[in-house]
Design a protein around this ligand. Structure first.
Ligand code: NAP
Length: 438
């Protein structure tokens, strides 16, 4: 290996992920060099506090608080600081100085991806971000490379471990959302401020990235319809379970055509009922998985750890070796193709099935009136199940109705639910949830 060239690698951030990346770069230097065809020399680690204790023992002289100088003198830059600034400016500076960049920063990519991709194109360098979606799971490269000869039609992803842990906990113990969240926080799966996870913002950033690569069109965060899990109740989970479903927070990107043949992509994040036999229903705890449907490949599923310092470092190192090989071989940087030009569809145009729970008066003719209302809105019912309850004190009987519809446009489904609410025999609409995989 004495004649191989050396590539300088600047690391920005030495937290959960950065510390593990530094450890692997040092400990596995020989193996990485033989796979890359160049030595990957860690030239420095930029942090806020150079004297802070780190999870991993690393040479003191590598640390600096001068990130700008570090990136200007690197062949490869790994950004693992998180946040928007100074990460954004440092990535742009690195690329303008000829360095390829590896990042795991989905928040930055979702907010300002186009500026970064354009700069990478202009500077003929690579910008890679496998770690930004589903942590350790190789999903972006399979979409971008392995499936580049196919046509992806639909992507369904469990891409946020915190919400999957909470929903799984609710499903297996019957806990309410607040208790399951507290347990996730106690075990370190949820942050003190869990908003970005539980309201679906983190999954929405990943949905925009998945949709962009899958449909060769740049989708921004504004294109993603987003609903979190904070309003999912223990009763919703129990009713879903009873009907043979599990509730998951899904990131969905799918190509749809209307009656006139116009196509678009619906990109959305919301709690979703899945049949318990669907492969994604088996994804438990804080694990992630992405389910892809492609015209020729058919159904594919990618499963693994969606977070954690060491698993995420694996994805970062994969990107680093790939970018370094490209430097060794020469040739232009490789970015995703954006020739798809399909518009993002509003949520009203998406097509899905609905699960609707209704508390209704136990009177003759109620079922027929409800069924007629669905038919008037062009929504066909797949399953309608009734359970009778008797209030022990008042002795009044009421009926619980559970309806699963066939796939229909969201606009028609929401209009149906509004009309149902107006019927005098309806005591309350207890839940309205979207269903996939039926
Ligand atoms: P972290 O533990 O909070 O570490 C952040 C590091 O960046 C710290 O070492 C910090 O320095 C440094 N830093 C922050 N702001 C800085 C500044 N202004 N100047 C210099 N250094 C600065 O973060 P993480 O969990 O490793 O995540 C890093 C990135 O990976 C994020 O974009 C995250 O979204 C992404 N990611 C993380 C995971 C995961 O499981 N953690 C999974 C997928 C993707 P000090 O230590 O001195 O404070």
């Amino acid at each position: 290996m004495s004649e191989v060239r050396t590539l300088k690698v600047a690391l920005l951030g030495c937290g959960n992920v950065g510390a593990q990346v530094a450890r692997i770069l040092i400990d596995d230097a020989e193996a990485l060099a033989s796979r890359t065809g160049a030595r990957l020399q860690l030239s420095g680690i930029a942090v806020r506090d150079v004297d802070a204790r780190r999870d991993v023992e690393l040479p003191r002289e590598l640390f600096t608080s001068d990130a700008e100088t570090l990136v200007k003198d690197a062949d490869l830059v790994i950004e693992l600081m998180g946040g928007i600034e100074p990460a954004r400016t440092l990535i742009l500076t690195a690329m303008q100085h000829g360095a390829s960049v590896v990042t795991g920063n989905k928040a930055l990519l979702a907010q300002d991806g186009p500026t970064l991709y354009e700069e990478a194109d202009k500077a003929h360098v690579q910008l890679s971000y496998e770690a930004a979606v589903a942590g350790a799971i190789p999903i972006l490269r399979p979409i971008r490379d392995s499936l580049s000869g196919d046509r992806i039609t639909r992507v369904l992803g469990i891409v946020n471990g915190t919400t999957n842990f909470i929903l799984d906990q609710m499903d297996s113990t019957g806990a309410q959302f607040a208790d399951a969240l507290a347990e996730a926080q106690r075990l370190g799966y949820a942050e003190a401020d869990p908003t970005a996870d539980v309201e679906g913002h983190d999954a929405a950033a990943k949905a925009a990235i998945l949709a962009s690569l899958s449909f060769h069109t740049r989708f921004a965060l504004e294109d993603v319809y987003c609903e979190g899990i904070s309003s999912v109740s223990a009763a919703d989970i129990a009713a879903a379970k009873d009907a043979g479903f599990v509730i998951k927070l899904l990131a969905i990107a799918e190509k749809l055509s209307d009656e006139e043949g116009n196509t678009g992509v619906s990109v959305r994040v919301h709690p979703t009922l899945l049949p318990r036999e669907h492969p994604l229903a088996a994804v438990r705890g804080a694990f992630n998985a992405v389910f892809i449907e492609a015209e020729n490949a058919g159904e594919l599923m990618f499963y693994g750890q969606g977070a954690g310092g060491t698993p995420t470092a694996s994805a970062v190192l994969g990107d680093l070796v790939s970018a370094a090989r490209r430097i060794v071989l020469g040739g232009p940087g490789r970015t995703e193709t954006t020739t798809g030009n399909v518009p993002a569809l509003p949520i009203d145009a998406s097509v899905t099935s609905y699960y609707i729970g209704l508390d209704v008066a136990d009177q003759p003719g109620v079922l027929a009136r409800i069924a007629q209302l669905f038919a008037e809105h062009g929504v066909s019912i797949e399953i309608m199940r009734q359970t009778i309850h008797r209030d022990a004190d008042s002795n009044v009987e009421s009926a619980e109705l559970r309806i699963v519809t066939h796939r229909a446009r969201e606009a028609a489904l929401s209009a149906t639910v509004e009309a149902v609410k107006g019927l005098d025999v309806i005591n309350s609409v207890t839940s309205v949830l979207r269903v996939e995989g039926v």
